[in-house]
Design a protein around this ligand. Structure first.
Ligand SMILES: [Zn+2]
Length: 185
């Protein structure tokens, strides 16, 4: 059975990274992908072999009716203005937290290490952008009904104030400043 709509390649890969092999818990798989059909609807199938235990792995995602196109400045592109159907806002918050933790160490001067840390910050900034997409027009916070996973709901219940528009935008701006000051080109 196919999963809900995936909006972009980056979103597919993030989802797959968050869903490791059921047998050995490794998330390492060299994914290949191909167009597929799910009950007559266009879909994309990702397939590969788990590098941990050799088990064949597969995800099939539905495709959006109209694919969104990344802008020139989108380093990471999870999709157009519509909210994700794969990760709920609480899960995006966990992604942002992980990104900031991974990116937060001081710059080392080693381009490979610093490049990786900068990408972690970019992930955090993009993830907060994804949470903002769950706020309905004219509202100032993500509604509780937008959280559909146990993980995501737990994050919300821990601190609902994190999901206010103003708070999210403040965090996003702080991460942008922090990233610029740490990784000045
Ligand atoms: Zn495995």
């Amino acid at each position: 059975m196919a999963l809900p709509v995936v909006r972009s390649r980056d979103e597919a890969h993030l989802y797959m990274d968050l869903h490791p092999c059921e047998r050995c818990q490794s998330a390492e798989t060299a994914w290949q992908s191909a167009l597929a059909s799910d009950e007559g609807e266009p879909a994309r199938r990702y397939y590969g072999t788990c590098e941990g235990c050799g088990t064949p792995r597969e995800f099939v995602f539905r495709l959006p009716e109209r694919p969104a196109v990344p802008g020139p400045d989108d380093v990471l592109f999870f999709g157009g203005p519509e909210p994700s159907q794969l990760l709920d806002p609480g899960e995006w918050q966990l992604v942002a937290d992980t990104g900031v933790r991974a990116g937060g160490a001081p710059a080392t001067g080693d381009p490979a290490v610093d490049g990786e840390r900068k990408r972690s910050f970019e992930l955090a900034i993009a993830a907060i952008g994804e949470i903002l997409k769950f706020i309905p027009e004219g509202h100032d916070a993500v509604p509780e009904s937008a959280f559909w996973t146990p993980h995501g709901r737990a994050v919300y219940q821990e601190n609902p104030k994190r999901f206010r528009r103003e708070t999210l935008q403040r965090w996003q701006a702080m991460f942008q400043d922090e990233m610029r000051s740490r990784f000045a080109d």
